[in-house]
Design a protein. Structure first.
Length: 374
């Protein structure tokens, strides 16, 4: 079941689809309206959409809400969880019941709370920190829908402006390092965390999110994994079934700009990770500093995607304006889709479109869209 495109109003929170659309603060996320605009313009109901770098899943959500089968892949558990949950949140009663259990269990974690590093004791009041330890130890977020939904809602409010979430003053999309944060709190008059009741705060957030119900989303999902591996499987399946995608809509990581795992270290801690930022040494989980490896990642992923796309497909890729990322992405895409026509625009869905950027030597920050059509 999906929603007629004309009934989607993302500017007001009058529908469940609008309430869940912006779920999950994530670095370098698509504006939600943009994701809906691309899906509406470049696909039709029943089409198949693919996003191999799905982030918080806006492309997949827009596709699903608008009646397209949509499939994403995301390697970062934080992005994956936001995407997976907004496509199919668990029933509200089940989420509230798990919240009650997690909150009741927090009484067992007094000692664990006292042993936490100073950063955590300054970031969260005792009740919140015990609650978070309880959630971290007891929520089976990978395999249970109610646990995944509750965990993702806690993740959203794990850090942000004071008064808006569970933490002392923090940025919402990116967690700063522990030493930096402790110093900053001391110097700026935030030496104690806000006193609050975690169950009460999370209940209010659940009530708001579910106020209009659950979104109606057409068969769509996000796979938790590495695209270089997962796409291989999909290519094998597609060779047997003949099923092909008609829109590839994505935004790859930018070269040497963001470390998605280190920047989300506090949320990753809640999901079971280390209690301080760590650059992960495994492939595709770092900052993409090595240019050669970066190009190889794009060649691998877009090469496999090209085998999954129908002849008459559209490819819509948002990327960094800076020279290396832009030129590499453009070159790889034109090699993978040699029969497509290329357009480049930095003002999509506005009057002035198709700014010609070939040969661009820009060091300017910002984004640019590469659109390949037949
Ligand atoms: C620019 S962000 C995408 C943001 C997304 N468009 C959104 O709206 O949230 C790129 C994403 O690619 C993911 N990524 C990087 N390498 C990957 C890989 N090999 N497989 C799957 N995801 C990957 C990163 O974790 C990051 O979330």
């Amino acid at each position: 079941m999906s929603v007629p495109a004309e009934n989607i109003d993302l500017t007001r929170f009058t529908t469940p689809e609008a309430r869940w659309a912006r779920f999950g603060p994530y670095y370098a996320m698509f504006p939600v309206d943009f994701a809906f605009d691309v899906v509406k313009k470049y696909s039709k109901q029943g089409d198949l959409i693919l996003d191999p770098f799905a982030g918080r899943g806006s492309s997949i959500y827009a596709g699903g809400v608008l009646g397209r089968h949509s499939l994403g892949i995301e390697i970062n558990p934080v992005g994956w969880l936001y995407g997976a949950v907004k496509l199919e949140p668990a029933a509200k009663a089940a989420v509230l019941s798990r919240l009650k259990e997690i909150d009741e269990k927090k009484r067992y974690y007094g000692e664990a709370m006292r042993k936490m590093p100073r950063f955590f004791r300054m970031c969260y009041c005792d009740a919140v920190l015990k609650f978070l330890i309880s959630a971290r130890r007891n929520l089976n977020w990978k395999h249970n829908a109610a646990d995944a939904t509750l965990m993702s809602i806690i993740l959203v409010y794990l850090h942000g402006k004071i008064g808006e979430g569970l933490s002392n003053q923090m940025r919402m999309t990116k967690a700063m390092g522990p030493d930096y944060s402790v110093r900053w709190w001391q110097e700026n008059g935030f030496s104690s965390p806000p006193e609050l009741d975690p169950r009460e705060l999370i209940t209010r957030k659940i009530d708001w999110r579910y106020m209009k119900g659950q979104p109606r989303v057409f068969e769509s999902r996000v796979i938790f994994g590495d695209s270089t591996v997962e796409l291989e499987r999909l290519v094998g399946k597609s060779e047997k079934t003949g099923v092909k995608f008609s829109l590839l809509f994505t935004s790859p990581p930018y070269c040497d700009v963001t470390d998605y795992h280190a920047d989300q270290w506090l949320r990753l801690w809640l999901l079971g990770g280390p209690d301080q930022p760590k650059t992960i040494q495994e492939p595709n989980k770092g900052r993409f500093v090595n240019r050669e490896k970066y190009r190889l990642l794009l060649e691998d992923v877009f090469g496999k995607c090209s085998k999954l796309m129908a002849d008459e497909s559209t490819v819509y890729v948002r990327t960094d304006k800076r020279q290396y990322t832009f030129e590499t992405t453009l070159n790889v895409l034109t090699e993978c889709f040699p029969n497509h026509k290329v357009e480049i625009t930095d003002k999509p869905f506005q009057k002035r479109t198709q700014t010609e950027l070939h040969g661009n030597k820009s060091t300017e920050k910002g984004e640019v869209d590469i659109v390949l059509t037949r």
